[in-house]
Design a protein around this ligand. Structure first.
Ligand SMILES: *Cc1c(COP(=O)(O)O)cnc(C)c1O
Length: 342
């Protein structure tokens, strides 16, 4: 049954309370079983680790209805793995990866009415996260934690059509060498807010961050990885230890090679070579790929030949193929699609 109170065609990207969310607590060195609840509030100690020293990390993935009306999600095992990596780096206990996938299935199933219909372009966004909950005042990891997972329906990313983005090369840095750029930690976002608001005020859609060690190489934006298409139709993406390993980007690289027969390479990409490329796109769960029309480096405009009105040809092929795989109209590689029994 579809929730009848929602106008599926006019959803944005904002929190909306759904029926159930998953909660599990870590105490005395062990995770409790966990449970589904209707309560969308959290009451915590005033000195909880999450408040004082930002001990928190998160994930993001989506559930969809396929063409044949199954409810599925895309590679949740990689979200479970990445969250485990984030937790280890922040000295938080890992929520077991198999339990993570079970929780995804339980939460989506409990909110099945909120999974948008096939063809609406909308989807059910799933937000797992964890935080330190007991009191700390000296700088040290908490000893108690809460893992939660809620869902909220979100609209199509390209409402009203595709519009290539204008990015700027940021003077701020996102991630330090040997820092936390490769994990999905809230702290990476807190410090990016100044730069993103500033970018918007200056008329840009997003910031492109350079490697902070040498400020020579392209890294990524605040919330998405970058792909380039060369003039001879090769797919390139930056290689760096301080980029968040996007599941969408890793999937697109495989789609490029295995479905489209394109060469796909991960290598360091210099800022001073991107004016040679034909197309550019940002990749992440939210949009799969958003085309980039222009990158501005302190007044110098790098305009991609794909232009400011449409997705580049190869970007579009990548987008259509991965979307087809997710929606069940193109056969998926083994293990990519996780079915939720409704
Ligand atoms: C979440 C995120 C991405 C996108 O990752 P996906 O797994 O594709 O959604 C890219 N960059 C950053 C910094 C992120 O936090």
């Amino acid at each position: 049954m579809l929730n009848e109170t929602i106008d599926w065609g006019n959803l944005g990207f904002a929190y909306q309370k759904t029926d159930k969310r998953f909660v599990a607590n870590f105490k005395n060195g062990a995770w409790e079983e966990g449970y589904l609840t209707e309560d969308n509030t959290v009451t915590l100690h005033e000195s909880a680790g999450v408040f004082q020293y930002a001990q928190t990390c998160f994930e993001g993935l989506k559930a969809y209805r396929t063409a044949d009306n199954r409810i599925v999600c895309f590679r949740p095992d990689l979200n479970a793995q990445r969250m485990a990596d984030s937790c280890r780096r922040l000295r938080m206990p890992v929520f077991p990866e198999d339990k993570f996938i079970e929780a995804v299935k339980a939460v989506v199933k409990a909110n099945a009415d909120w999974v948008p219909p096939y063809g609406s372009g909308a989807s059910l966004y799933i937000r797992p996260y964890m935080m330190g909950t007991d009191a700390v005042i000296g700088v040290k990891p908490a000893t108690e934690y809460q893992f939660r997972m809620f869902v909220t329906p979100v609209g199509p990313y390209f409402k009203g059509g595709v519009k290539p983005l204008t990015l700027r090369i940021s003077d701020y840095d996102r991630a330090a060498p040997n820092g936390t750029g490769h994990i999905k930690a809230g702290l990476n976002y807190a410090m990016s807010l100044f730069a993103i608001v500033d970018a918007h005020e200056q008329g840009f859609d997003e910031n492109v961050y350079l490697d902070s060690g040498s400020r020579t190489y392209i890294e990524e934006t605040g919330g998405a990885n970058i792909l380039f298409v060369t003039k001879d139709n090769k797919i390139l993406t930056p290689k760096s230890g301080t980029i968040l390993p996007s599941i969408t980007r890793r999937s697109l690289m495989q789609v490029a090679a295995d479905y489209l027969g394109l060469e796909a390479e991960e290598r360091p990409i210099r800022l001073d070579e991107i004016d040679q490329f034909a197309e550019c796109g940002l990749c992440g769960t939210a949009a799969v790929i958003s085309p980039v029309g222009k990158i501005v480096d302190h007044g110098r405009e790098i305009c991609f030949p794909s232009g400011m009105t449409d997705m580049g040809k190869t970007t579009k092929k990548l987008y259509d193929t991965l979307r087809g795989i997710q929606m069940g109209t193109i056969e998926a590689p083994e293990g990519w699609i996780c079915e939720i029994e409704a």
